[in-house]
Write a protein that binds this ligand. Structure first.
Ligand code: AMP
Length: 276
């Protein structure tokens, strides 16, 4: 596996590649969720680039940029075992040099759901992914459904900006008990780790209600809230949306997606489920 730390080096390599390249952007502190994307990329591409970059522009003031977990050595070991061909580790100052002032944003989709409480978050995500796509020039980019709103926004961006790249959405990897894997799970105390199960359990409850014939969103959301509040979860939002465009639905239908964000102690967690 080749380590690349500068933008010109990465760009020169990717400009001359004549083989299919898959790309997995990450913020590191890798877990099995990330590795599922990497494995899919390795199976479908000759070159696989994984970037590790904790992107400052997607964190708001007071959010966890400084504390975000990092373990580069372990990450690189994991990537080697997956037979990744290139790890790209750009530096903050190279990505955002002094005087940086260009932003990419997907207007409507970035304002709803997580965008309400994190107003500049998705602008940071769409900007960094645009930059990375220009630098790595992959034919395929692999993104997790764990961050479902991010996936829909990046699909829209690639389509609207005519970026010649296929967006591949990959399923959510979970711990045995259902908790969606996330680098931020590291913040949870033992007690909070138990409480955090309320996200997945409430999604399961929604599916059970749907399977037993309930269709009304308000009714389903009320039951989910009750379950989450019992575990002292602080709900940011729960919504049922159309998976293509994230528009809010009043009824659950097969294929609709339930998205939620809940704070457990100081840690904000997200999860989602497709209704089947
Ligand atoms: P992050 O390092 O959190 O920016 O995540 C990098 C990529 O991994 C994103 O496309 C995420 O959606 C994806 N990802 C994170 N957690 C999971 C998970 N539990 N299952 C599947 N994909 C995930």
């Amino acid at each position: 596996m080749k380590l690349i730390t500068t933008i010109p080096e990465m760009q020169e390599l990717s400009t001359n590649w004549r083989v299919v390249t898959g790309f997995v952007p990450t913020m590191g502190y890798l877990h099995a969720g990330h590795l599922s994307l990497v494995q899919r990329a390795v199976a479908e591409n000759q070159n696989v680039v994984v970037s590790i970059f904790v992107n400052p522009s997607q964190f708001g003031p007071g959010e966890d940029y400084n504390n975000y977990p990092r373990d580069l050595e372990k990450d690189l070991e994991l990537l080697k075992t997956c037979r990744v061909t290139h790890a790209f580790l750009p530096k903050d100052n190279d990505m955002y040099p002094e005087g940086y002032q260009t932003w990419v944003s997907v207007d409507g989709l970035s304002k709803i759901l997580c965008g309400r409480s994190r107003p500049h978050h998705f602008r940071g995500v769409t900007t960094i992914v645009t930059k990375l796509l220009h630098i790595v020039k992959p034919q395929n980019i692999y993104l997790g459904e764990k961050d479902f709103q991010q996936l829909v926004i990046l699909r829209k961006m690639v389509q609207d900006l005519n970026i010649p790249c296929r967006v591949v959405g990959c399923p959510i990897m979970r711990e045995k008990d259902g908790l969606a894997m996330s680098s931020r799970n590291k913040y949870l105390s033992l007690a909070e780790r138990q409480q955090a199960l309320c996200l997945y359990n409430s999604l399961q409850l929604a599916q059970e209600l749907y399977s037993s014939g309930v269709r009304n969103k308000q009714e389903v959301v009320a039951e989910m809230k009750e379950l989450i509040l019992k575990q002292k979860g602080d709900i940011d939002y729960i919504d049922v949306v159309d998976p293509e465009n994230l528009s809010s639905l009043s009824e659950l239908v097969r294929g609709s997606r339930i998205l939620l964000a809940v704070r457990i102690g100081q840690t904000r967690l997200i999860d989602n489920l497709e209704i089947v």
